[in-house]
Design a binder for this molecule. Structure first.
Ligand SMILES: C[S@@+](CC[C@H](N)C(=O)[O-])C[C@H]1O[C@@H](n2cnc3c(N)ncnc32)[C@H](O)[C@@H]1O
Ligand code: SF4
Length: 447
């Protein structure tokens, strides 16, 4: 017993040391970038009129929080699809659109992304009605990018998707070996997903993207190699390849513990990403974000691309120059707020200029390239005066290529960004989304 206790306390001390080791650089980096000791999102209802003044163009995000089954590793806000809830959701989103139409006036919407959950659950239960309202209410000047599930891509559904105006389609392929699909609890086989993709790529979309997850339990490098070649042969225009992230608030954490799944580790992930990089570059793709590779000359599939955006739907997030706010994640609370004529905003954060600049830098680096002149246009400041001290050493060690105005992330820079992203995103997303999925109206979330 004494021995067991000492083992436990040694493990506890090791865990504490690990948590400290991960937390310390995160806190230092955050403090250095944002000049803030912490960031607290609070349950305040901001007055929005003045926040819209002075904004030229917007992006629009629409969240569809329904899925036909719940995957155990998935961190996104979703619940099982029920037609009667979906019908009320459509009415609520249309009300939210009307409120924003007043605020946004005729300003152009230059980027539109429909994500989830699974948007294709609502193809014949109201997604078209929502889009009709979007097009009637806003000055839409862009293509539609939308996520889809392979099981929803029969010929009829693909025609509905095209006729709604979707030009860029993403398909959640996730894996290309049946045993890995089973590990992930995905409800289809490799042959079925191949047939769905064959239908989609011949349907005339401008870009068809595959979401693919690697570094799965017991996955080998030769399986990655085989999957990479298959993705190219399947005719995708783009592949977004993410390592499997473990979010502590998902069921995956328990499954991984019960089955004793080992974390692939940073170096193995780097090796697997390297295999995919080589295959995609050889096939004529180029890197278009930290995780995405796009066939040269094809317009890339991506989430909202403009810096300022409005998020519609349960868990939709909005970023308006000096404020970030998040809708309630709870579908019933979202519907009820709009039935009472109120915007369903649950948490908001006023952004200091340092936080805005840090956010801008994070997202531009994520896209792997950015221009000093865009920073000046956005903040009226010289980029090097603010970030020169960090950019110069990074370009000296080859993580960035500095071409005068443009700064481009190299492949090793993309990998190290992934390390930093691991440090921040998993922790921040887990706190913010984890809390928001437990409580419809949290008092405060401190990041
Ligand atoms: C909203 S889903 C895509 C659409 C649809 N719901 C589906 O599953 O096919 C977004 C994508 O995020 C990725 N994803 C979800 N959970 C992940 C995790 N824990 N680690 C890495 N990628 C993840 C998957 O590639 C997934 O396709
Ligand atoms: S991965 Fe896709 S289908 Fe699975 S729960 Fe998440 S959003 Fe739904």
């Amino acid at each position: 017993m004494a021995k067991r206790q000492s083992t436990l306390s040694t493990n506890g001390a090791r865990e504490d040391a690990k948590t400290w080791l991960q937390g310390f650089p995160r806190k230092q980096l955050r403090r250095w970038l944002t000049k803030e000791p912490y960031m607290a999102l609070e349950n305040k209802h901001p007055s929005l009129e003045r926040r819209f003044q002075g904004i030229g163009e917007f992006g629009l995000y629409l969240h569809i929080p329904f899925c036909r089954q719940i995957c155990p590793y998935c961190p996104y806000n979703k619940e099982l699809y029920r037609p009667e809830v979906a019908a009320r959701y459509v009415r609520a989103v249309r009300k939210e659109i009307d409120i924003y139409a007043e605020l946004m006036g005729n300003r152009p919407v230059t980027s539109f992304y429909i994500g989830g959950g699974t948007p294709t659950t609502m193809l014949d239960s109201g997604l078209g009605d929502i889009l009709d309202r979007v097009y009637a209410a806003f000055n839409m000047q862009c293509d539609i990018h939308m996520e889809s599930h392979p099981n929803d891509l029969g010929a009829d559904n693909l025609n509905i998707i095209s006729s709604m105006g979707v030009t860029h389609l993403s398909i959640g392929v996730e894996a290309l070996q049946d045993h890995h699909l089973r590990t992930l609890h995905r409800p289809y086989t490799v042959n079925q997903v191949k047939a769905a993709v064959a239908r989609a790529v011949s349907n005339g979309f401008k870009c068809v993207n595959a979401d693919f997850i690697f570094a799965l339990p017991d996955q080998t490098c030769s399986e990655i190699e085989q999957a990479g070649h298959t993705l190219v042969k399947m005719g995708f225009d783009q592949v977004a390849a993410y390592p499997l992230f473990e979010f502590p608030y998902t069921r995956w954490a328990q499954i991984a513990e019960a089955r004793n799944y080992k974390d692939a580790g940073l170096f193995r992930r780097r090796k697997m990403l390297g295999i995919l990089e080589r295959i995609f570059y050889d096939a004529g793709f180029e890197r278009t974000s930290v995780w995405a590779f796009t066939r040269r000359g094809v317009p890339r599939y991506c989430s909202v691309t403009v810096p300022l955006y409005v998020g519609l739907g349960a868990s939709g997030g909005s970023y308006l120059q000096d404020i970030f706010y998040l809708n309630t994640f709870n579908v019933e609370a979202y519907i009820q707020a709009l039935e009472r004529g109120r915007l369903p905003i649950a948490l908001s954060l006023d952004l200091t200029e340092n936080v805005q600049m840090a956010g801008w830098l994070y997202w531009r680096v994520y896209e792997t390239r950015f221009k000093r002149s865009d920073f000046r246009a956005r903040f009226g400041k010289d980029f090097d005066a603010v970030y020169g001290k960090v950019i110069r050493p990074l370009s000296l060690i080859g993580l960035l290529k500095d071409d005068g105005d443009e700064i481009v992330l190299s492949d090793s820079g993309a990998y190290w960004l992934h390390v930093v992203q691991d440090l921040f995103s998993i922790e921040y997303i887990s706190k913010l989304w984890g809390t928001s999925q437990q409580t419809p109206w949290p008092e405060k979330v401190v990041l």
